[in-house]
Every structure is written in structure tokens, then in C-alpha cells.
Design a protein around this ligand. Structure first.
Ligand code: HEC
Length: 288
């Protein structure tokens, strides 16, 4: 048995050496003429009803993340500059939060959040960081830094406004975008450092300052499904749309964990936080 295997391996090695036909293979190109299948094409026709993994299916809530408004072309910018006045957006452009559904298509249970957490840690945290601050291992090694999902807790009141209404000044922490103008190529490379931390870059491009904890959940679903800017689509990693909603739900949980409103906390937790700090002289003396 062993000898036979070795002979076969040696034969394969020797013949491979003589026949360098990499560029001239008998492989078919898609839809080339061929006698392989009855209809004389190298590829078979796509089965009726086949859908692409990121294709919205009409009427299926699991793959419907755009509202009626989101599917309708709108002016590209809420405050268009004269040159952009007549430019209309494509469906899904983040011009308005109301373009995206604000409800999950199914009721979420504890198990959905646990699965969302597992998936987030497996396919998002390497870039976005385990808690979503945008400090994963990949950006640490030079990849474009994603925005944080969390606003600066010291300035949580910074809500949706148009860029025009709030031109340059940023209160508190900024988006820590690592994109810098590229001096060598002379290309204008997008820099988000004039953004407050925790704001959507997608909305900002089209003229809105939109905190990522206030974007409707349909937008997060869209970013996972289509990708955005430097981030690729994640439908290969998350082919089941229900899993994408679960990951979006986990992002919401992370956002709550970082910027919870005191009034919305359960009573016992709020009480624990509201306790007046223990007076210094009440602390027992530590004996060495
Ligand atoms: C390879 C790194 C990488 C992975 C993995 C990744 N992202 Fe991103 N993500 C980015 C980058 C980079 C940006 C910012 C893109 C830009 O500014 O052009 C981003 C942006 C985002 C945004 C904000 C979009 C906006 O409008 O500002 C969301 C939400 C998001 N990602 C969610 C996710 C989720 C959910 C996953 C996992 C399913 C994920 N990302 C996986 C790199 C990644």
C-alpha cells in the first residue's frame, strides 16, 4: 500500500514537471459553448427562484430593512450645495433615519442576544473591539479604524443635527479615524477627525450628524449586509439574515451598556448608583 502511494506521488510529481499548461487548461469559462450539459453551455441556468444572499426579498420582513421612504430617491443632501442640488440618492442612502426600519422583524429573547454576542465576537470584534469602541486588533495593525458605537459619555446630549447646523466645532471626544490626507498620491483621503465620537460616518457623508446609538436598527442591518466604505459586506460570514438582526441587537445591548440613561435602569440598579458616596470617616481603618 505504502509503495503504491509513493509510486503514484512520484509519477504525479514527474509528469507535473513536464506539462506546464497552467495558462492553457481545458477548463470552461462561464456560459461558454460546451457539450457537457444538454443545452450546450458550460454553466447551467440559474434555478428559478434563486436569490442572491444580500438580495432583499419583496415582502419578507427578515430581509426588509428599508422603509417606503428609504426606497424612494431623495435629494442627495439635506442641505445640498448648488452642484448637488439635482443629484438624487439611490435606495438605502443614509440621508434620513426614517429610511430604515426601527423595529426588529421578530421578538428577541435572551438566546438571540447570546447568539448575537457570539457572532459579534467572531466576525466583528476583530475590527470593532469586543465592546464596540472601534479598537480591534485589525485596526491596531494599520487597517482603517471604524467609528466607535458609543458617544462620549461626558457629552451624551449631542443628537441628530445637520452638518450645516453644526459646522466644525466638536464637543468632547472625536471620531478617531486613522485616515489621513495622502501627501504622496495627492488624493483627498477622507478624514473623520472633525466628527464627534460615536457618530455615523455614512450619514455624515450625506450631510447629517447622526449618533450610532440613535440610528434605526435597519441601518445596522444594511451595513452588515452591504458593507460600508472600508468595511466589506458580511453576508458570507452571516448568510442567515436572522443572525444579522441578532448581531444588530447585540450592538444595541453594547450601546446600552456604555451609555445607559439613569431613569431607564431597573429600580434596584438605579438605587445602587444613586446611593450617596460612603463618607471618608466611615471607612474602617486598614491595619497593617
Ligand atoms: C475588517 C474590519 C471590520 C469588520 C470585521 C467589521 N467592520 Fe464594521 N466597520 C469597519 C470599518 C473600517 C468601518 C468604517 C468604514 C469607513 O469609514 O469607510 C466600519 C463601520 C461600521 C459601522 C458604522 C457605519 C457608519 O455609518 O458609520 C457599523 C454599524 C458596523 N461597521 C458594523 C459592523 C458589524 C455588525 C460587523 C460584524 C458583522 C462589522 N462591522 C465587521 C471595519 C470592520
Amino acid at each position: 500500500m505504502k509503495t503504491t502511494l509513493m509510486t503514484v506521488a512520484a509519477a504525479a510529481f514527474l509528469t507535473a514537471g513536464c506539462q506546464q499548461k497552467m495558462a492553457d487548461q481545458p477548463a470552461h469559462r462561464p456560459y461558454e459553448e460546451s457539450n457537457l450539459f444538454p443545452f450546450k453551455q458550460s454553466a447551467r441556468p440559474i434555478e428559478k427562484g434563486t436569490i442572491h444572499v444580500s438580495q432583499p426579498v419583496e415582502g419578507d420582513p427578515l430581509t426588509t430593512w428599508l422603509t417606503e421612504l428609504g426606497r424612494t430617491p431623495q435629494p442627495a443632501y439635506p442641505n445640498p450645495t448648488p452642484d448637488m442640488k439635482d443629484v438624487m440618492t439611490v435606495p438605502g442612502a443614509p440621508t434620513d433615519n426614517a429610511n430604515f426600519v426601527d423595529k426588529f422583524p421578530f421578538a428577541l429573547s435572551g438566546g438571540d442576544y447570546t447568539r448575537g454576542q457570539q457572532l459579534f465576537r467572531a466576525v466583528c470584534a476583530e475590527c470593532h473591539g469586543a465592546a464596540g469602541h472601534g479598537n480591534g486588533k485589525i485596526p491596531e495593525r494599520g487597517f482603517l479604524r471604524p467609528p466607535s458605537y458609543h458617544r462620549d459619555p461626558a457629552h451624551p446630549t449631542d443628537n441628530e443635527v445637520t452638518n450645516a447646523a453644526r459646522p466644525t466645532e466638536v464637543v468632547g471626544a472625536r471620531d478617531w479615524s486613522s485616515m489621513r490626507p495622502d501627501a504622496a498620491s495627492g488624493r483627498a483621503v477622507r478624514d473623520y477627525t472633525d466628527h464627534p465620537q460615536g457618530f455615523s460616518r455614512g450619514f455624515s457623508r450625506l450631510g447629517k450628524r447622526m449618533p450610532l446609538d440613535k440610528v434605526n436598527v435597519g441601518y445596522i442591518f444594511q451595513v452588515i449586509t452591504w458593507g460600508f466604505g472600508g468595511m466589506a459586506s458580511h453576508t458570507t460570514q452571516l448568510p442567515d439574515p436572522a443572525d444579522r438582526w441578532r448581531v444588530a441587537a447585540y450592538i444595541r445591548a453594547l450601546q446600552l451598556s456604555q451609555l445607559a440613561e439613569n431613569a431607564k435602569l431597573p429600580g434596584d440598579l438605579r438605587q445602587a448608583i444613586d446611593q450617596p458616596p460612603v463618607k471618608k470617616d466611615a471607612t474602617p481603618e486598614v491595619k497593617h
